[in-house]
Every structure is written in C-alpha cells, then in structure tokens.
Design a protein around this ligand. Sequence first.
Ligand code: GDP
Ligand code: MG
Length: 329
Amino acid sequence: MRKSWQNKMKITAEQVFAGEEKVIARAISLIENERQQVFPLLKELYSRSELAYLLGVTGPPGSGKSTLVAKIVSGWVREGNKVAVIAIDPTSEFSGGALLGDRIRMDDISTNKDVFIRSMATRGYLGGLNPAIFDTVVVLSAAGYKKIVIETVGVGQNEIDIVSLADTTLVVTVPEAGDEVQAFKAGLMEAGDIFVLNKADHPEVNKMELVLKQMLRLGNTAGEQAENRWEVPIVKTIATTEKGIAELNKTIAEHQEFLTEKGENQKAPGKIISNHLIHLLEESLKRKYLDPLKESPAFAKLLQEIAAKKTDPYSAMEELMANFKERLG
Ligand SMILES: Nc1nc2c(ncn2[C@@H]2O[C@H](COP(=O)(O)OP(=O)(O)O)[C@@H](O)[C@H]2O)c(=O)[nH]1
Ligand SMILES: [Mg+2]
C-alpha cells in the first residue's frame, strides 16, 4: 500500500534539481516500474540540463571492478565532485536486488553525502541496453552529479551498449584472466579507452602486461592517424591497497580532456540518442500494439490456424503487419 502511495506522488523538476537523494531514488524507481508516468518529468529534465560525464567500467566478474570504482570515486569526491554509481546487475532478474558483494565493496563511499549508488537490472533487454539506464542518467545529471560511473559485468552485448553510452570506458582485467583476455578480442578490445590491469600484486602481472601490450599494438596500427588518436594506455593497479589509483584517476582525467579538446564531450551523441529513441519506440509499440494484440481473438484464431497448418507463422506475421500498416496510417 505504502509503495503505491509513494509512487503516486508527483516529482517536480525543481525537486530533482535540488538534488535530494530520496527524490532521486523515487524518480529512478518510477523509471524502472512506471515509465509512462515519469516521461513528463524526463522531458523537462532533459531539456533543462546537460548530461554528466560518464565513465563505463567493464570486465569479468571478480576482476575488482567494484573495489576500483570505490577508490576512483573517493578520489573524485576528495576533489569536490558529486558522483553517482550505477551498478548494472545481470543477476537480479530473480533477486531484484543489489549484489551483496558490491554493497560491501562500496561501503566506505556509500555513506558519503556526495555519492549516490544504485543497482539496476538488465532484465528483459537482452538485445540492448535497458532504456531505464539512459533515463536514470538524465535524472542523475539534472540532480547535479557531474560524474557518473556505470559498472557492468562481462563482455556481452549489454556491455558493448553501455560502452556506447560512456564517454570513457575502462576495461578491467587481471593477471590470471588468460582466456577472458582472448574473449576481449571479440568486441571490447576496440571499445576500451583505458585498460586497467588490476591485482598487480599477482606474480603473473608482467606476463599479462606483455600480452595486453601486444594486443593493443595490433589494435593501434589500424584506424585514425596518430596525432588525432588516443593511445590506449595500460594502468596497473592494486585496488585493495589503492596502489596505482592516483595514476588511474589522472589517466581518466586526461581522456576526458582529450574528448573535450576534440569537441566530443560524448563519444557519439548521435548514436546514443538514436539508440534510445529506438528503445523508447520499441517499448511504446509493444505496449500499444503488441501486448493488446496478444490478448485479441484475432491472434488466438491465427494461432489455431497455424497449429492446423491452415497457415504458417510467416504468412501470419505478414497478415498482421498489413493490419498494422492500416492502423498506423
Ligand atoms: N589481491 C587482490 N585482490 C583484489 C584486488 N582488487 C580487488 N580484489 C579482490 O577481488 C575480489 C573481487 O572484487 P570486486 O571488486 O567485487 O570485483 P568485481 O566483481 O569485478 O566487482 C574481492 O575479494 C576484492 O577484495 C587487487 O588488486 N588485488
Ligand atoms: Mg562488482
């Protein structure tokens, strides 16, 4: 009961601009659960604010991403920034909650008044980034978080999409991750702006650094001309003891500067907005046409006809598409 009462309360743009954490948390819950209701707010926030700088952090589970993020964020907060962390949680499909480990890892920053941490599920969006993540970035940016970190797991399509959203992408790897590094080749190799070789306290670290260097050299020979290009660095860290974190933060700042100088505060804003618009349309078409269609007698009849081999799924699809065309005009 209480929850639905809370959700019904209207949030104003002014409240979000004022940056009150409770309001922001409620806005994000609405974004996740009652999207329609929050679109008027998002319209206003989007047109009245600039998107924050986004740092994407990706890499295999257990490589130390959350530990690193906590240290990076501590550094930013010491410099006077308000920072938000979105932990993308692929496991919460069933649990619906944050990864316990991440909570603990980020404990020392989570109580800081200048830090906002939220975990979000990717459920239901296997084919791309959950549009709720972009919407959350809009809210957090409007609320005055000038730097936002998105932590994600693995090297799947979701990660590549998150990379397309981020200004700077850190790819985290560890000395013992031989096979996973091979998997990087598939996509993230090109997407990483900075490689972090974490767990540098491991004896195999130098060997792994060589392997990474070789792979990066291969990647760097292709593409743009050298003077215009960001040379992807490898930064060695021991996240647990903070060794290398100062250098990592410096390297991140350099990349942000590089983007600003190139006039690209966002990597590819056109593509990001285009993806988001398509996602919004997909959501809306599903809600408006596909969900009701599934409940309709015409649909049930077609299913029966397919079962009886009077028609087939392909012809049925064409027939339905023709109907849509009529209805969409
Ligand atoms: N030895 C060592 N352990 C680390 C280092 N960084 C993180 N860890 C540990 O690795 C485990 C996984 O870290 P976590 O940050 O949760 O990884 P994530 O799954 O990538 O977010 C934790 O037990 C950390 O304490 C490091 O540099 N060296
Ligand atoms: Mg983590």
